[in-house]
Design a protein around this ligand. Sequence first.
Ligand code: ADP
Ligand code: MG
Length: 421
Amino acid sequence: MTSERECFVYIVPPGATEFVTAGRFRWIEDSAGAVGRFVYGRSYRERADAVELDPVELRLSGEVYETARMQGFFGAIRDSMPDFWGRRVIERNAGFTELAEFDYLMEGPDDRAGALGFGLNVEPPAPRRRFNRTLELARLQTAADALIADDPELAGSVGNQVEEMLLLGTSMGGARPKVVVQDEHGLWIAKFSRNDDRWNHPRVEHGMLTLARACGVDAADSRLESVAGRDVLLVRRFDRDRRDAGYRRHRMASALTLLRAGDGHGERDDWSYLLFADEIRRVSAAPDEDLRELFGRMCFNAAVSNLDDHPRNHAVLASGRQWRLSPAFDLTPSPVVALERRDLAMICGRSGRYANRTNLLSAHGRFLLDQAEATALFDRTARIVREQWRTHMRSAGVTERDREAISSAFLYDGLFYGNAG
Ligand SMILES: Nc1ncnc2c1ncn2[C@@H]1O[C@H](COP(=O)(O)OP(=O)(O)O)[C@@H](O)[C@H]1O
Ligand SMILES: [Mg+2]
């Protein structure tokens, strides 16, 4: 049986706060698999402010683009779709009916990362004005708990309306429970703790973001809120810019899209900082600066065992017409036992994923750095992490017990093996 679905793709052009219709996406699924087709509308292409949806795949042209990869979803569209957490909320809201991949695209609310929107009408909807407020975090936290625990009683106590509010944030991707909230400064991603967390995740992630900044990494802005006795991390959305008329939206494309890679295990060969660096060199408006920044992040991730640094946790952002590396986000220490060898999620040097100084420095040229610059950057990062990680965690309110629980993540032995080489 063949099933065919279609929607319009909207975009908020640079500088604007309202959607315009950019093109049409058709998705065809049959027993052999799925293909997607995308075509830009002529009237969109003729606009002075028309921009491409992403910098690698869907260039602005009259061509009919087709893909059979990634279940027929182009990278830019896939980046706008929910991930593990969002799917769970959507399934719950849809009453556990079986959903096709396409439904997840249509069910996500209008708060997704980046500048795109999707709908069935040729005319785009008015942008959403009302968001959840930070004031509502307590109820949202209870609703998230209920969903994780699959507890109808807890769910009953917060009511359906709150579950609907949880939908805000579902399109943001990622596995951890989160919602999008607004305060007088703008939009934030609220990341909740889970009852089964081994340490206080909101506080630790906040400490990681401030530590990264101390190392010179351009990390997302964040703050902590205490809600009904629990901590919530608020990360400021760097893809939205508040204006009197509404929000500007900045296009975003994940490293997965730039690498034309998938999530599947077989596609991990393409998960690489070196290949990502090559793409940045092509698409960034300031490649030297962005590549130095990316190299610094890679060193930081190795120094703190952020082993979950997969390509969905890196992105490029276009706040105007031009693309740049986005701020760093989702930095989490993995306190694993191995002391000799730990692997990053992406290839980081000639010896693969090995989080090791010699390996990290081995491909410095791909980041347009000479050996001396790369060495200085790594050594500075390692020194600051050594000297300051405890202070940053303490300032974030991470308890001594939790600091102990994560301490083996920082500067593990194998990072320095073969130093002389
Ligand atoms: N500050 C931010 N501004 C805009 N988008 C963000 C920001 N932080 C994360 N994102 C987007 O939201 C997704 C999920 O956030 P992330 O922090 O990675 O959550 P998780 O810990 O669940 O993986 C990211 O993959 C990215 O696309
Ligand atoms: Mg993530």
